[in-house]
Design a protein around this ligand. Sequence first.
Ligand SMILES: Nc1nc2c(c(=O)[nH]1)N[C@H]1C(S)=C(S)[C@@H](COP(=O)(O)OP(=O)(O)OC[C@H]3O[C@@H](n4cnc5c(=O)[nH]c(N)nc54)[C@H](O)[C@@H]3O)O[C@H]1N2
Ligand SMILES: Nc1nc2c(c(=O)[nH]1)N[C@H]1C(S)=C(S)[C@@H](COP(=O)(O)OP(=O)(O)OC[C@H]3O[C@@H](n4cnc5c(=O)[nH]c(N)nc54)[C@H](O)[C@@H]3O)O[C@H]1N2
Ligand SMILES: [Mo]
Length: 773
Amino acid sequence: MKRAELGEKDIRIHDYDDPAGGWGSVGSLFRNAREQDLLSSDIYRTLHRQNKAEGFMCVSCSWAKPKEPHLFEFCENGAKATMWEQTAHRCSPEFFAEHTISELLEWTDCELESAGRLTDPLKYNPATDKYEPVSWDVALAEIAIHLQALDPDEVIFYTSGRASLEASYMYQLFARIYGSPNLPDSSNMCHESTSVGLPEAIGSPVGTVQLEDFDQADMILFFGHNVGVTAPRMLHALQAAREKGVPLITFNPLPERGLVRFKNPQAPTEMLSPQPGTPMSSDFYQVKAGGDIAAITGICKHLLVLDTMSQEAGKGGVLDHEFIAEHTAGFDEFRAFVDATEWPEIERKSGLSRDALEHVADIYASKERVILNYGMGITQHREGVDAVRMICNLLLMRGNIGKPGAGVSPVRGHSNVQGQRTVGISEKPELVPLDKLAEFYNFEPPRHKGLDTFEGCEGILRGTVKAFIGLGGNFSRAVPDTGVIEEAWRELDLHVQIATKLNRNHLLAAKSTYLLPCLGRSERDHQASGDQWVSMEDSTANIHGSFGAQSPASNNLLSEPKIIAELAKATVGTRSDVPWDDWVGDYSLIRDAIERTYPDDFRDFNIRFTHPGGFHRDIVACNREWKTENGRANFGCPSSLIGDPDVAPFRDEDTLTLLTVRSNDQFNTTVYGYDDRLRGIHGTRMVVLMNRDDMAHFEVSAGDLVDMRCAVNDGVERIVEGLRVVPYSIPQGNCAGYYPELNILVPLAHHARKSHVPATKSVPVRINKAAAA
Ligand SMILES: Nc1nc2c(c(=O)[nH]1)N[C@H]1C(S)=C(S)[C@@H](COP(=O)(O)OP(=O)(O)OC[C@H]3O[C@@H](n4cnc5c(=O)[nH]c(N)nc54)[C@H](O)[C@@H]3O)O[C@H]1N2
Ligand SMILES: Nc1nc2c(c(=O)[nH]1)N[C@H]1C(S)=C(S)[C@@H](COP(=O)(O)OP(=O)(O)OC[C@H]3O[C@@H](n4cnc5c(=O)[nH]c(N)nc54)[C@H](O)[C@@H]3O)O[C@H]1N2
Ligand SMILES: [Mo]
């Protein structure tokens, strides 16, 4: 069933002044339940179990789950994600009998996933141009024969960040026993800048903040994270802090609603009150895209001045000199860099005034426990790793890492993206205990570096990658340069996807193509020893159990661990001592194996993982133990003051810097609908948000249709036609639009230098009035 096309009459664009949360959020939930044909009583029962110790963990974001949950511990977007998985709609073999792949390629992302849950294994038939049903045995046996004929280095084993710790541990073992080190995952497009920057600075690839720290913090900073949309449950902790008067200072080119005002939809008195919600940010600075390194340099510069003044006045200084001396290295070089950077350059590159940055420094200098949260606005730039280092510099100056109520908080995306890395999903061999795997399972794992997402794309384009196995995700749609990637995909020998719902990547047929449907996390997973639990790690390094209780969407679904085990048995059955069948029969044995491999992180795994609030992995940086090469926390100097030295608007006034963002109605490439309530945009995603001065410069008006071209001149024409101009509060020289529709404009080579994260928050573009306009 295709959703009705939206037309001109459905498009409505207006200023949105209501708070995030509030009645708008409740209304959006009911609409979603109706669209998925769900009974409210069923949905009530399911949502009641969401993010509870005895229930299932949300399939949406990775934000921490409290020990003492609210009656309903979910947000608007978490509930939408659950309803999307629980939908009454089915994408069965009958659906595929009615539609060719070529026809489905004309459907939008939202229309494809709206077809419902995949129900049966499918194989693509080029003669009919259709997916056709195939038995599990035949599909798995054929895939194994294909894999056996390929060179393992030519095969990619991709993971999107949802699969459980159990499934992920098995998946990386399967890939390595087969001989492939190519284990890229969605974090290669996401927080990889964190995974590279934080270990250099503090010796930990993950953040140091836990939920309890928010109760003790006396200042909270946000850089480049849209909390009201992408981690809304966090708003509860922020609201409590704001009500105590804790300053919350935000740096973001867009005035995101969740960081402006919030009304808690779970607090009846608040909902009925005519007040417009809690003001969230005490100060909001619309930094230019890529201007954060300059902005933080400015804050640090004023801190140095305040420190000198304080010392001259006979006080102790505002920096934590004891901490710097005892725990850190590189401070003198960093101080010299900051001293040498002049204010006019800082102001020009950040787009913020000296007064504003000095004001932030004044507050920061007066607070003892500061948490700094950040997201994709920091990591998805050419110098995203340096921006992460700058964030650490700022925190280290006042000893704000490794004490209660303070720390660095990279807010991760997918619900188990952090955990997958913890249990061996990585293309970097040095991050995985390969010797142990070799010893425990009696095989020789590949020791060379595998392909990350960027290198995987390069391999697909060059023809050196011959096969792609996807454990979830929508790889070709999420990566940059989607146009050329889609073309090259057809040359692959083998394409296998393990998925819950149909997406555009599944429609890219290779020489042999299989679509394998799996259970969702909210569904009962019955195996030989009974119904199974799985587990995942949240953004604060807490491990939680998750128990699905809903009836599966079809009787012909297998769990992810079962599919991986069967593929492994068919492909590399006798090449290791992994007891695949025993593990699938009882997932607690997989948890034992994880604990044996990572004894420090997973002590008493099977006992502790169902405790309310989960258990915390030992992150030693929280105790000021630095697992860096020199055993210290390291200051680092950025190589440039801006996130994207080679990008406009610093180069040319006809080039805009495009930042691609998420709407309130999507989870990555899963597009629930065409409304972005919190930005006042309804009925379309084909928009470009522009500053009014830029609109005058380009001679366009509100509602005009424009074509957008990538300004990088490398011989590839990248164009998106028919974007509707929306005047918006955004710094001059920047414009914004939605991911994934605009990914076609992002050159693959435009990625973070040190981490390969696509620089999707700074794409140089030009716009022209559409020919038809
Ligand atoms: N509802 C919902 N929840 C999600 C997701 C979703 O798609 N929908 N995705 C999940 C995933 S995988 C992830 S990684 C996270 C992503 O969560 P976020 O990190 O919040 O992701 P984005 O919306 O891409 O962008 C974040 C913000 O960065 C700002 N920004 C852009 N450029 C800059 C800059 O140069 N500097 C600064 N300071 N800010 C900038 C944008 O205006 C935007 O508000 O959310 C997760 N949760
Ligand atoms: N321009 C631009 N591009 C970006 C970004 C950006 O901000 N701007 N953000 C990047 C980021 S942060 C990320 S994380 C990536 C996301 O990239 P991916 O993780 O690859 O993409 P998703 O959209 O999350 O994948 C959605 C699909 O996952 C499948 N799925 C859902 N649930 C399950 C499940 O339980 N099991 C299995 N096996 N499959 C399931 C469904 O088939 C669904 O269609 O995109 C990146 N791309
Ligand atoms: Mo992400």
